[in-house]
Design a protein around this ligand. Sequence first.
Ligand SMILES: [Zn+2]
Length: 467
Amino acid sequence: MRKIIHCGTLFSGAGTVAEASQSAVIEHGHFTYVGPRENAPVAGPGDIQYDYTDHFVMPGLSDLHVHLSYGNALGQEDIDLYASMEYRALRALAAAQRMLQSGYTALADPASAGGISAAVRDAQFVGMFPGPRITASGPAITSRLGLYDFYPSPIGVPAQSSGTLVKSLPEAIEEIRKQTKDGVDIIKIAMDGIYGNREQGLFAAFDQAETTAMVREAKRIGRKVAVHARGREGALYAARAGVDIIFHASRIDDEGIRAAKDNGCHICPSLMLLVNNIEFSQPDDPSASWWPDIQRQEFAAARRNLRRAYEAGVPLLVGSETGFAVSPYGEWAAKELQIMTEYLGIGTGEVLRMATCANRAMLRDGSQYDTIAPGKRADFIVVKGNPLQNIGVLQDRRNIVQVWMDGAQVQMPDLPAEIPRHQRELAQGMWSRLYTREAVAGLKLQSLTQYDGPSFSIDDQFPEASL
Ligand SMILES: [Zn+2]
């Protein structure tokens, strides 16, 4: 039995243009014919035909920067501390399915708490649950000066953080071997420090020799290496060491760009989080007084430097940094494509090629499903509207008419946009200001006795007990 797909417009992902009046034939989950409709095999008895002649057919979208274990976090503590690993794993499955419903048939999770993204990957791989193809990392490797070591030193990096602290190069090498044994596809290194000075910006979390040694070991045992590096120094060390992906690279300079080009590094800008942090900021956000301006500065630098890197021939990839409260699963990922066309000046067809074919070269078994072509696995989406004319159509889930994976239509109940939070996730600060006598003088005091809230069961006394 063959499935014959008739497409109004077909974008294969191999180039930057689409063809009209194409058909594709699927057998045993793989394409066996892709080309003009008039040359397509004629449907025989038992074959099923699908009429997408009013639609745009393209490879499923892929996103290299989705943090499945973050749970649409409201802040760093929310990522690191409160939800149990078991609850996070189940939540990560729902997150992955939200991405699939939005047209993402493949994604990478760079920096996952414990083995969560690998576990969700494996459960989906053996067919327990529908979901996108996942390329997994473990916790990001960091130093005493790096991201994820946010807390006072006596506390350190919590065991359930999406980062893991190494205190020496031998510990870093040991961690790379352990993660590889535990089944990660990508080693993630937090190259940005959290300290710096005005002249140089952030100091890198690792020096050049450490970076080079970690990358060499990861590659020796067949892992890809991705780094988080917004700062100039971190991006430079990573580029010299020949990592596969530099996330952000907002302040990469000419030396870094040259090293990235010479050593075959890719840059994944991940600008959506920056843009949303600015555009969605509200006066009552705890970070409102300082965060948006820092993001504006970085966005200005990133536009300039990433455009230069692109012009110099450094290949770019597409990742949104989904998983925070400003970038919930399945809501804004495709906005990254629009940002890359609008603010980096990259052509729509080129961005679409990056978000499909180029991204997949970085993903686990990506060459099996990177384009729509004979021999490839049939992962594709059917879109209402033409993303080459208006890349914004991909952001509206209602335009993703059908998702196909392995030659089958994906069927899933519609998940809510909000992934439920557990009541015990008491992550955030309780108050937004200091209630001095002066501050309270202008407030209307609330009733001590009137009670309209939800009634807690005896098992849910934790909130009260904690005070
Ligand atoms: Zn990230």
